[in-house]
Design a protein around this ligand. Structure first.
Ligand code: HEC
Ligand code: HEC
Length: 326
């Protein structure tokens, strides 16, 4: 039997697409507008911000400068009354290698699309996953994603007591609605900026096959880091319904999530909640688990869940989970 080289090529292509490994990370989930080039390296963190111009937020008497808002070892706390007293590591980090958790995740743990919501997680899971970062079991599939590397650096430089204090602090804050899911064909044009997509003008563009998670108010999020100003997730029309089937029934491709994450997806025992959390963050996690870059001992339970899912399936799943009110 003679098989042409074209046929072999076609076959190899089908097989590699079928196994789903070595796929490009979906750029929208990692904060980029295209796939990484060969040899892509993470950007280095920008120098500390020194702008002293004061800014204010409606209803808040205190004023803060960008230098204070972006202070890596004591960022501005706009709403000290909306959270319990922060442990030192959350409020100030630890010089020189641990930045204040509140800088990126906000003092209330809501987090942003380019990092993660960390409030409302069980203490057990929080500690476990910090140790996964520490031990090389949580890396990003996109080599450009610098803040995952920072997260690893912080975990490596924290003591068990500091990890526990942060876990207990954020674990005591309930996860509440933060992201509004909107099915749309056309969306505001947004540009990637430090891992986050920001809308600049009034220009619109087709959404296409992706999720656009962007601040409700770009200035409030990017300039002021206002922890009360959430996000909109524009998702493809029909994705929520498709995701619902996979999440609640498995759709013949996966295992119903409620078995482990709780019927309402708000978390069950140590297993983290999914409802109402950042779809970009959850997408990155599922993709990184599938690629074997997130691989702690607890991740074993997720391996069969993600094994046969395409990137589109995962996108539908996170559109649905984000739409569930926590
Ligand atoms: C420079 C920004 C930054 C700072 C500061 C930061 N983190 Fe993170 N953190 C991240 C990013 C980014 C991720 C998600 C990584 C990814 O998506 O690959 C993350 C994820 C996490 C997660 C995983 C959440 C989950 O659901 O599994 C935990 C827990 C966490 N961070 C805790 C902390 C603690 C504790 C501190 C303070 C010591 C801290 N972070 C400081 C950027 C940051
Ligand atoms: C057999 C139990 C089990 C099932 C079923 C399961 N999960 Fe998980 N899931 C886990 C565990 C345990 C973790 C924590 C993994 C770790 O620590 O690495 C997890 C973590 C996750 C995370 C990362 C959360 C975070 O905060 O970083 C996502 C996303 C996720 N699961 C999505 C799903 C989806 C979607 C489904 C259904 C299609 C599902 N899981 C079904 C047990 C399960």
């Amino acid at each position: 039997m003679k098989i042409s080289s074209t046929a072999i090529f076609a076959l190899t292509f089908v097989v590699s697409a079928g196994t789903l490994f070595a796929a490009d990370p979906p750029p929208w989930a990692y904060g980029f507008d295209g796939p990484p080039q060969a040899g892509a390296a993470p950007a280095q963190p920008a120098p500390a911000n020194t702008d002293q111009t004061l800014h204010s937020l409606p209803g808040v008497t205190a004023k803060f400068s960008r230098a204070q808002i972006a202070n890596r070892f004591g960022p501005a706390d706009w709403f000290p009354g909306d959270h319990p007293q922060m442990p030192d590591v959350v409020a100030h980090g630890k010089q020189p290698n641990v930045w204040a958790c509140g800088l990126c995740h906000y003092p209330n743990g809501k987090g942003r699309a380019e990092n993660a919501g960390v409030s409302g997680l069980s203490t057990e899971y929080f500690i476990h996953t910090m140790n996964d970062f520490k031990n090389g079991n949580r890396k990003s599939s996109d080599p450009r994603k610098n803040n995952t590397n920072l997260m690893i650096q912080f975990a490596k430089n924290m003591s068990d007591d500091e990890i526990k204090a942060a876990a207990e602090y954020f674990g005591a804050i309930k996860w509440t609605p933060w992201i509004k899911v909107v099915e749309a064909k056309t969306v505001p044009k947004a540009k990637p900026s430090n891992g986050l997509f920001l809308v600049e003008g009034s220009e619109m563009e087709p959404l296409g096959n992706r999720i656009l998670e962007t601040p409700l108010n770009a200035e409030a999020t990017e300039v002021l880091r206002d922890p009360h100003s959430g996000f909109t997730a524009y998702v493809p029309v029909g994705s929520v319904k498709k995701g619902e089937l996979l999440v609640t029934k498995g759709g013949g491709k996966t295992i119903a999530c409620g078995n482990c994450h709780g019927a309402d997806l708000k978390g069950l025992g140590p297993v983290p909640g999914l409802a109402g959390r950042s779809p970009s963050y959850l997408m990155r996690q599922m993709f990184d688990m599938q690629q074997g870059l997130r691989k702690g001992t607890w991740t074993e339970l997720m391996k069969p869940v993600v094994a046969n899912l395409s990137s589109d399936d995962m996108m539908d799943i996170v559109a649905y989970t984000a739409s569930r009110m926590p």
